[in-house]
Write a protein that binds this ligand. Structure first.
Ligand code: PRX
Length: 637
């Protein structure tokens, strides 16, 4: 599995692994957890007990009978018999305490508009929407789709669904109408939330237009609830559409919270896999809140009064867990920014950090690399004294970007938490804690209670310093429960690749200190600017064009986005490749998937390398593209 290039990388990684940063005295003195190795060791003596203790940080309407059940594996269960509610813990439990008056959300958009909501205000907004949704017939178990920009109403909508016990399905607003329709139809959602538009780089994106196109294909949607976010003129279908403010008008500000079983589903979130059909990852009320609260408190060292800014979009798992649920479960303030990071100038991000006195800043390597491009002078203009802890997620961070982040953003006083995890894991899995010694480019060790390993195809641990498959060999509360409507695919994707372990799809190395170095995906999933896109999805988008017979898509390294997409396309007989056709194909992919699937390059070819069984050998395409050795080509025809 390891190519020569990987081996070369490994040597570099092992050299890099010698560079260490010990935690600053002040950080260590204040840290909730003071000894990284000791806490991990202790938790692994009895991981189930560890998670049981973590669950006691939350409010349960009825305690669990049993912490963990594996009798129907791989359909694992946690906190069996327990009754709880994710939204209750994120919101209702704070009412009547001193947190009630604290800011829950600080929001700002690209144009500089700002809104602040206290926990009490957010609670009232949620209750109004709960009542309106109930009046509309939304019940426990129903699905509600959300396709919205990063505005407070997205949090209100998610929390309202959870409070009723309906499952939300947030679809990232960078997806196309077609991608939205596919996700709505798979979930059979009854209601769709959207907004009239959002500012991005000074221009308004009209989400309503995409929604109008999408719901032409969606029979299950009864109502479209539209937030008036801009004064953008949108088409209104009186039968289906309703303004959000009219929908909640006059609704009572108190609402009953559904008592959910710990294993009742809380939400579905679609993510790309190795086929062209996205997977609806299902998370539940009980275990999810336990994993998210324990990780946010320990990884970001929360003491209760922080302002937490995660720059992700709520449409991704990072947004679910660390913009919305995590900060609210912990009773801290979450910052939301609706806009691009370099408007009007490349110090917008650092300005927001200063303006709102952000204590924890959590972002993706792509953003750091994009900011590096503008130069250190921009973060140097801002002292950002409130910052304590930094974080990164979504893709491997190169040591150079890590050092820049540490020096110019963290001013050498803030530790960087490089958190490895996935949509499926629900919360951080491999990560340092602020008390840990840091190594730039490594995600550190598995979080307490988690047993991760690097293994070969047979599931045997590989020696230290050797690359292999990253697997998780025990279970954890916030893990995926199933793929919506497709339990067989759940079993096949995660539990049949490596016997007895959860298959992550990533390759990693472990160094002598037990630190993990994530190298990227082993499968055909790409990471473009931290966004997960399946090569099969991209290929099927190409093939949907009338001139295309077949396509092979690969990721090629990009200094800022991590990876970008290159496609090799076979055209129908008689069709001539041209720049105009390339443009048309790009548009076609954009229409099928959305603007996140940026195609860097298209090459017209006569043939694609294939195995005897007809599978496109993307590995060979990639090696050729990058001028690397082709590796084992014995199965190539
Ligand atoms: O390849 C790993 C990469 O992101 C994948 C999961 O993508 P997604 O489900 O979209 O969730 C992203 C945010 C949790 C992983 O399989 N990945 C995530 N975090 C890191 C990472 N790769 C390296 N280092 C990380 N810190």
């Amino acid at each position: 599995m390891l190519t020569k290039a990987n081996k070369r990388e490994l040597t570099e990684v092992l050299l890099a692994s010698k560079k260490k940063y010990r935690p600053a005295k002040k950080i260590l003195a204040e840290a909730n957890i003071k000894d990284y190795n000791a806490i991990i060791k202790k938790s692994l003596e009895n991981p189930i007990k560890f998670w049981e203790e973590a669950a006691r940080d939350l409010v349960w309407f009825k305690p669990w009978r049993k912490v963990f059940d594996s009798s129907h594996k791989p359909f694992y269960k946690w906190f069996i018999g327990g009754k709880c509610n994710l939204a209750y813990n994120a919101l209702d439990k704070h009412i009547g305490t001193k947190i009630e008056k604290k800011l829950a959300i600080i929001w700002e958009d690209e144009t500089g508009r700002s809104r602040k909501l206290t926990y009490w205000e957010l609670y009232q907004e949620v209750n109004k929407l709960v009542n309106a949704l109930k009046k509309q017939g939304i019940r426990k178990g129903d699905r509600v789709a959300i396709y919205m920009p990063n505005i407070p109403e997205i949090a209100v909508a998610m929390l309202s669904c959870a409070k009723i016990g309906a499952m939300h399905s947030v679809v990232f607003a960078g997806f196309s109408a077609k991608a939205l329709a596919d996700r709505i139809n798979d979930a059979r959602a009854k209601i769709l939330f959207t907004a009239d538009g959002s500012f991005r780089r000074g221009k308004i994106i009209n989400y309503k237009e995409f929604v109008d196109e999408a719901i032409k294909e969606c029979r299950t949607i009864k109502k479209v609830i539209v937030v008036k976010n801009n004064k953008n003129k949108v088409k209104f279908n009186k039968r289906k559409d309703i303004w959000y403010h009219d929908f909640v008008k006059g609704m009572p500000t108190e609402a009953k919270c559904a008592q959910m079983d710990a294993e009742d589903p809380a939400f579905v979130l679609y993510t790309s896999g190795t086929t062209s059909k996205p997977k609806g990852v299902v998370h539940v009320h009980g275990g999810y809140m336990v994993g998210v609260l324990r990780t946010i408190k320990w990884v970001f060292d929360l003491h209760g009064d922080e302002r937490f800014w995660c720059t992700a979009d709520p449409g991704w798992i990072t947004g679910h867990s660390y913009i919305i649920y995590g900060p609210l479960l912990a009773g801290v303030t979450t910052v939301m920014y609706e806009g691009v990071p370099d408007m009007p100038k490349p110090d917008r991000i650092w300005k927001i950090v200063e303006k709102y006195k952000v204590n924890v800043f959590y972002t993706a390597p792509t953003l750091i690399r994009a900011m590096m491009k503008y130069g250190a002078k921009w973060p140097k203009m801002h002292k950002m004294p409130s910052l304590r802890i930094l974080g990164t997620v979504g893709e491997p961070i190169n040591p150079e970007a890590w050092e820049w982040y540490y020096k110019y953003v963290g001013k050498k006083r803030c530790p960087i938490m490089d958190t490895w995890w996935q949509t499926e894991t629900g919360s951080n899995m491999i990560t340092p804690l602020p008390c840990a010694t840091l190594k730039p480019g490594s995600a550190g060790k598995p979080f307490p209670g988690i047993k991760a390993e690097v293994v070969d195809k047979k599931g045997k641990p590989v020696p230290i310093g050797k690359g292999g498959y990253l697997v998780i060999i025990n279970q954890w509360p916030s893990m995926i429960r199933t793929i919506f409507n497709n339990p067989k695919r759940y079993i096949k994707t995660y539990w049949q690749e490596i016997k007895g372990a959860y298959f992550t799809g990533d390759v990693a190395f472990k160094d002598r200190d037990g630190y993990f170095w994530i190298q990227g995906r082993t499968d055909d999933v790409l990471k473009v600017a931290g966004h997960r896109i399946g090569t099969a999805e991209v290929e099927s988008a190409f093939v949907s064009h009338k001139s295309v017979v077949e396509a092979g898509a690969i990721g090629v390294p990009d200094p800022i986005k991590g990876e970008v997409i290159k496609a090799f396309v076979i055209l129908k007989q008689g069709v001539k490749g041209s720049d105009a056709l390339k443009l048309e194909l790009r548009k076609c992919v954009r229409k099928e998937i959305g603007p996140i699937a940026v195609i860097k390059d298209i090459e017209f070819v006569d043939k694609l390398p294939k195995t005897r069984s007809g599978k496109i050998m993307r590995r060979v395409l990639k090696a050729k593209e990058l001028g690397l050795p082709l590796g084992d080509t014995s199965s190539l025809v």
